[in-house]
Structures are given as structure tokens and as C-alpha cells.
Design a protein around this ligand. Structure first.
Ligand SMILES: CC(C)(COP(=O)(O)OP(=O)(O)OC[C@H]1O[C@@H](n2cnc3c(N)ncnc32)[C@H](O)[C@@H]1OP(=O)(O)O)[C@@H](O)C(=O)NCCC(=O)NCCS
Length: 234
């Protein structure tokens, strides 16, 4: 099944439109999720956007570093395209302008689990809640195409916006890991504290889980699944 991810990531420019996931709200296409491919890596505008978004939102990720274009290109190539169980989608608005990103990693085709990661809205789109609909689109796709039963999300405890969106999707907290700050040069890392803490941790990593049942019971009527699964849950 990981071949599905490979197929999306290896889509050539002339086929790419059939690998984009349309974001449809009330029958209207508000944007799409476009898989990151070799064409994206060769597109300076895309790489520049990914770099700028990551720089601006660094504090909401466990590693904060001075991103540059070369490093972003290498990351996209070696950490996304060449990693079998991982995919990244570029969130585009209705004019196909990139406005954000969302991906999944650690896709386990036996356990039917993955971790959703790298959510980021880099630019304001015309629609305020485009991120929620992008996540619904990715969620529905991963249930349908990957047969997903459970998706994990790791989010820093002070990221109220992201936690609020994940809860709206049906995710619940299952674990909280105290973190300590590690600074090496201009890189800041929040790493698991592992019993070295005295007093309250400065930050925590919250692990949330959204199950297929929870997602389908909330959004089954909005998403297309085979065998009328959505309908039977609602
Ligand atoms: C997380 C992120 C993608 C959310 O996208 P967004 O377009 O900003 O989302 P919204 O502004 O619609 O906010 C999402 C929800 O959180 C709510 N919210 C906003 N600020 C909040 C706060 N301080 N406390 C609680 N909820 C809050 C909003 O009201 C909205 O809920 P609603 O739709 O029910 O009104 C975006 O803020 C982002 O890119 N952040 C930086 C990167 C990041 O944090 N990524 C996630 C890593 S785990």
C-alpha cells in the first residue's frame, strides 16, 4: 500500500491534476491538496514558500532552525520524496496559489495507522476555515485510499489553535510528554525531559489520536467512503 504514496509523489506534471485532492465545501471547490513531487522541488517559488512558512512558524514545531532554500530543498527530497511512509501535500487556494501544507508520516500499512504532520497555513486564503476543510479532505482520503483506522497528532501544549482544530476533527489527547529546551548554536530543540525536571515543565508535547470511528461519526455524511460506511455511522 505504500506504493500508493509513491504513486502520488511520482506523479508527472501532465498527470498531476488527477492526483490533487479537491477541497469541496457545499458543492464548491475552495482549493486543493497537491502532492509534493519532483516538480515542486524544482519550483523555486514552492521551495521559497515552504522555507518562509517554516521560518515564520518555527516556534510551533519541536525544532526551530534558520531554514534556508538549500536545506528546504534537501529536506523535501530526502525526508519526503525518498521516505516510503511519508507524503506532503501543498494546500492551494481556488486559484491554485500555495497557501499552506499538510502531510502524513509513519504510515503503517499493517496497523493502518499514521501520524499527520507538518500542518501549516502560510498565507491567508479567502476562506477563514480552509485549514479545517483541508484536514477533512486529507482525513477522508486517508480513510478511503490507505484504509486508515487511527491517526496520531503531536502538538505543543501551548498551540491552542492547532489543538482546537484537531479536537474539531474528533481527536482526543492520549499522552503528554514534558519537554526541556536544548539550544545548540542557532538551533532550538524541545526534547523529552525524561525525569530530569524539577517543577512544572516549560512546555509539553501533547499526543492526540483520531480514530476512524470518531472521524466518520462526525463527518461521515460529508465524506465519500465505500460501502456506505459514512451513512451507517451517522
Ligand atoms: C494551526 C494552523 C494551521 C491553524 O490554521 P488557522 O487558519 O490559523 O486556523 P483558524 O484561525 O481557523 O483557527 C483554528 C481554530 O482555533 C480557534 N482558535 C484560534 N485561536 C485560539 C486560541 N487562542 N485558543 C483556542 N482556540 C483558538 C479558532 O477560533 C478556530 O476555531 P473555529 O473555527 O471553531 O472558530 C495555523 O495557525 C498555523 O499554521 N500555525 C502555525 C503552524 C502550526 O502551529 N502547525 C501545527 C503544528 S502541530
Amino acid at each position: 500500500m505504500k506504493s500508493i504514496l509513491r504513486e502520488y509523489k511520482q506523479a508527472r506534471s501532465e498527470q498531476i491534476s488527477s492526483y490533487c485532492l479537491p477541497i469541496i465545501v457545499d458543492g464548491k471547490v475552495l482549493g486543493q491538496l497537491k502532492p509534493l513531487t519532483i516538480d515542486s522541488i524544482e519550483n523555486e517559488e514552492v521551495i521559497k514558500s515552504l522555507m518562509e512558512w517554516r521560518l515564520a512558524a518555527g516556534q510551533w514545531f519541536a525544532t526551530q532552525f534558520p531554514a534556508n532554500e538549500e536545506g528546504t530543498r534537501a529536506w523535501a527530497q530526502h525526508q519526503i520524496l525518498e521516505v516510503d511512509d511519508r507524503i506532503l501535500f501543498i494546500l492551494e487556494d481556488e486559484e491554485q496559489t500555495p497557501i499552506g501544507q499538510i502531510g502524513l508520516m509513519h504510515y503503517d500499512e499493517v496497523a493502518h495507522t499514521c501520524e499527520y504532520d507538518n500542518l501549516l497555513r502560510g498565507r491567508k486564503g479567502r476562506y477563514g476555515n480552509i485549514v479545517l476543510h483541508a484536514l477533512l479532505t486529507l482525513g477522508a482520503w486517508s480513510l478511503r485510499e490507505l484504509g486508515l483506522q487511527k491517526g496520531y497528532l503531536n502538538v505543543l501544549s501551548d498551540n491552542a489553535r492547532a489543538i482546537h482544530i484537531y479536537e474539531t476533527l474528533g481527536a482526543v489527547e492520549v499522552e503528554r510528554t514534558p519537554l526541556r529546551k536544548e539550544v545548540v548554536g542557532d538551533v532550538i530543540r524541545w526534547v523529552a525531559a525524561e525525569g530530569q525536571l524539577t517543577g512544572e515543565p516549560e512546555r509539553e508535547m501533547v499526543t492526540m489520536v483520531v480514530t476512524r470511528a470518531a472521524f466518520v461519526s462526525r463527518f461521515g455524511q460529508m465524506i465519500e467512503l465505500e460501502n456506505g460506511e459514512g451513512k451507517s455511522w451517522t
